[in-house]
Ligand binder design. Structure first.
Ligand SMILES: C[S@@+](CC[C@H](N)C(=O)[O-])C[C@H]1O[C@@H](n2cnc3c(N)ncnc32)[C@H](O)[C@@H]1O
Length: 201
């Protein structure tokens, strides 16, 4: 099926530098990814826009926070979203975490195919990782809701930064414990998505 590996203006520089690997990853997601149940069947264009473009906005936010050298934990990564596109665009270490062995096995294979030197996949319970790490950077896409993440983080209040996919109406407010900034961005000409950037104060 044909599709357009597009990106809105905000992401042109990420796509330009990394197009070959991102297109290979798209191909893998739309074949192996669907067969292995990492993603549900979707049109090629949707896989590109929803997974690749969406993931690259996580990286844009990481750069803007001044964290492009900081190691990253991608929790509930599934088929490597957003962790794989981020680790293609970035030079920093990325740890892709999922508690399903079969997903880790597939991720290890795609990391080898794409020759991504800065990424590893680990079978771990993400909730344990959240409790343990301090001063770390986390991404979460379609794994926990913002309110569920806040519940978990309140148990330890480790000074971490969390980038989490969200919905506009779920907007969480900054308070004495958390600084919250919501990013709204286009994934193609018409569709917007949201990421909450949460910092423990
Ligand atoms: C809905 S999928 C989202 C996958 C991917 N981030 C995406 O955006 O397509 C949620 C993933 O979280 C993983 N998961 C669920 N509970 C987990 C836990 N406690 N620790 C680690 N991974 C978990 C599941 O195995 C699944 O791959």
């Amino acid at each position: 099926m044909t599709y357009n590996p597009q990106i809105p203006e905000w992401g042109e520089k990420y796509l330009e530098k990394n197009k070959e690997k991102l297109v290979t990853y798209h191909q893998w997601l739309s074949t192996t990814g669907v067969k292995a149940g990492l993603i549900s069947p979707k049109k090629d264009q949707e896989i590109w826009d929803e997974f690749i473009v969406h993931s690259l906005y996580f990286y844009k936010t990481i750069e803007e926070l001044g964290f492009k050298e900081k190691p990253l934990f991608d929790l509930g990564t599934g088929g490597g979203i957003p962790g794989i596109p981020i680790s293609i665009a970035s030079k920093a270490k990325s740890v892709l975490i999922d508690n399903k062995k079969s997903r880790i096995y597939e991720l290890e294979r795609i990391i080898k195919i794409l020759q991504i030197k800065n990424a590893t996949a680990e079978e771990r319970n993400a909730l344990e990782v959240l409790k343990k790490e301090k001063g770390a950077l986390f991404t979460l896409r379609c794994y926990l809701s913002t309110s569920r993440l806040i519940e978990e983080v309140q148990k330890t209040l480790n000074k971490n930064t969390y980038l989490i996919s969200s919905k506009e109406k779920n907007r969480f407010k900054t308070n004495e414990m958390f600084h919250v900034k919501q990013e709204k961005f286009l994934i193609n000409k018409n569709d917007y998505r949201f990421i909450d950037v949460i910092t423990v104060m």
